[in-house]
Design a binder for this molecule. Sequence first.
Ligand code: PBG
Ligand code: ZN
Length: 323
Amino acid sequence: MFPEHRPRRLRKNEVLRSMVRETRVSRDFLIYPIIVREGTSIHEPIDAMPGQFRCSPDILPGVVKDITSKGIPAVLLFGIPRHKDAQGTSSHRKDGVVQQAIQVIKNAVPDLIVITDVCLCEYTDHGHCGILNEKGEVINDDTLDVLASVSLSHAKAGADIIAPSDMMDGRVGVIRDALDEGGYEHTPILSYSAKYASSYYGPFREAAQSSPSFGDRKSHQMDPANVREALREVALDIEEGADLIMVKPALPYLDVIRVIADEFDEPLCAYQVSGEYSMIKAAAQRGWVDEDSCIMESVTSIKRAGADMIITYFAPRISELIA
Ligand code: PBG
Ligand code: ZN
């Protein structure tokens, strides 16, 4: 006898499929990353990320108005300074590139949520995420002071959310203290809690000119093989005062997103990184996959795995696709 159950009954047409759909993608939780380069009139394509641009602060009003018109509520800023040195001092200048960018954006579109990435690798001449000792190792505790200054300078410039991506131990607590002492006790911290030492950051490092000049980031970013360690990282960040937590990259780490979503109540963000973007773009350019449907399938999967918010370079396209 044929089984009573025919799951295909509920897949008969799109109206029915839509009624029983478990996961929906909405523009309300999308965050668009922008790489800002110090200078003027810069709007240069990023080779490894077709469709993405580096732009200078003066160009940003047009960019963010377009983002806002597409209903995207938030942007994540990265900066490329003119001047890099061993200590990454351009990262916490009052008139630094990100500090300028925040002000330009806040003037142009006051309601757009401005999140700022906090790390030193775009600002150091050696490309490492912190201060180095004579052996070329990143010194955790000396780096914390600089990260705290960067965070405070972003908050002073008007940033809505501070997002440390450096993976130094104890940085959330130190940044929380600095913000509170500076009178920014209402500025939330979005911690890149489970950030893996991933090869999928390749296109971004080209875009942000932030590749390490020697070595790698494995002494602070997480080993891709570990998931229990991600739970420990998240627990520590929450203890130190993180308001929002993150898993990065997204698609290769859906299992990590799922366990963290199940285990913790804090809003969870997932970052669909540059390599995830460029792989879809490259395959689509060759005609090997359909770009739009791969975009929607990937963000649907990230949402289904348990992410509340998604940082993605596809945000403007997703917004167009969901109409
Ligand atoms: C800075 C930082 C990186 C990314 C976000 N913040 C690069 C890195 O850790 O090397 C990657 C973003 C992307 O790939 O889209 N530490
Ligand atoms: Zn870094």
